[in-house]
Design a binder for this molecule. Sequence first.
Ligand code: PMP
Length: 493
Amino acid sequence: MARYDHILDTIGNTPLVRLGRLAPESVNVYVKVESFNPMGSVKDRMARAIIEDAEASGALKPGQTVIEATSGNTGIGLAMVCAQKGYPLVVTMAENFSIERRKMLRFLGAKVVLTPASEKGSGMLRKAEELAEKHGYFLCRQFDNPANAQVHYETTVPEIIRDMDGDPIYAFVTGFGTGGTLNGVSRGMREHSPDTRIIAAEPDNAPVLASGIAQPRDEEGQPAGSHPNFKPHLMQGWAPDFISSLTEEASRSGGIDEIRGVPGDAAMETSRRLAREEGIFVGTSSGATLYAALEVARSAPEGSNIVCMLPDTGERYLSTPLFADIGEEMDEAEMALSRSTEGIRFDQNGGPAPVAAPQKVTLDEDARQFVADTVQCEPVVMFALEWCEFCWSARKLFAEMGVDYTSVDLDSVMYQEGERGNKIRAVLAEQTGSPTIPQIYVGGQHIGGCTELFDFQRDGGFGAELDRLGITSRPFDRDPYSLLPNWLHSRSS
Ligand code: PMP
């Protein structure tokens, strides 16, 4: 580790780690763990390369908006690069990719334009092209951009060669999405390690490359619709519904020695085994690639070294089938453990921690006046605590309905001096007969806490009262209790 001028200099130089348990004893399987990149995936390499290539060629002007169609990792890498360099970014993404990817992109300042799942990978590409043309954005074209392959030729290969330190590499195994990794690494390996077998893995239910059937293309060479062998599959980031030009080039130039199909359930199982037996936490396509690598290992000569790409982190898959069997609640074994000591037991000590009652403070005239003035003058008032999850839930309802409200945060710095917050709480407890927070007032009337507000909303009373007060609001048609955090929801019902 060193000192860096900026985050982009931390891209690459990912570790090559030998598997201790999953590989057959006679073979060394080394995994290249790309989750060590700053945004957790192999695509950080490409994101920087494409942007810097476009800067150098003049295709990307200072301040120009960047756009790309991406299943997530490319977008997340681009969002980091664009944030660091100061370019606005728009990402088009099919709606069926995991929610955490969308949220990460938006957190990094990008705009995400969803496309219908029915339009598949080529639909999001078309949308990015339309938007680029209409608004004059720089389109990255990761599926065709030579910079995407070149970065693997220039960084991934030299890293592997350096880290293998002269030991022969029997096989290199990778999947392909854009084909950038496959194209660049196979080209580099042919030069630096010509005996290495290049193995490309794809979903077994969508043998697009293995079929040998050419990708239909239009007169500009762009994919004209889906490949006839494409089927939706579980490996996000792998195998779009067309053969990209980078993949096709790798294949045509003899850069692939073997193609292996991987079943979706085997990919997920291998990813889980990597986590539990090797402590390596990666996504579905990594499990898929390793599954293919382990198959190769089984028939490899004794003492062979196999290098396998692991493209990204498992954290990107919490809402996908990879985590379908991972529960939120305690299972029977965990419950039994919980019951096995007496002190703290989940089945006995339940519910949210009680909010500590304010220290005894004498009722204070100023505080009383403040409460009276605030509930009289402000149409919607919430006496709240900054950290309180019931308060957050009430805030979510206000936000979703577009209701402006006054929040008196009794634990904020503003109310700490002279114990003002506690004095106000004492007045509220006296007036409402309840020591809990929040306490909510609408039109001068006391409504109650969070659940009373939710009940009021559910009965239609809240909307009617807002109308009466001339406050505009949006309808809210869901169950407001769904706004409570899950742990409060399940414990309070
Ligand atoms: N796995 C994941 C999770 C990915 O996001 C990608 C990139 N789309 C790949 C594998 C394939 O990498 P490449 O685009 O270089 O073929």
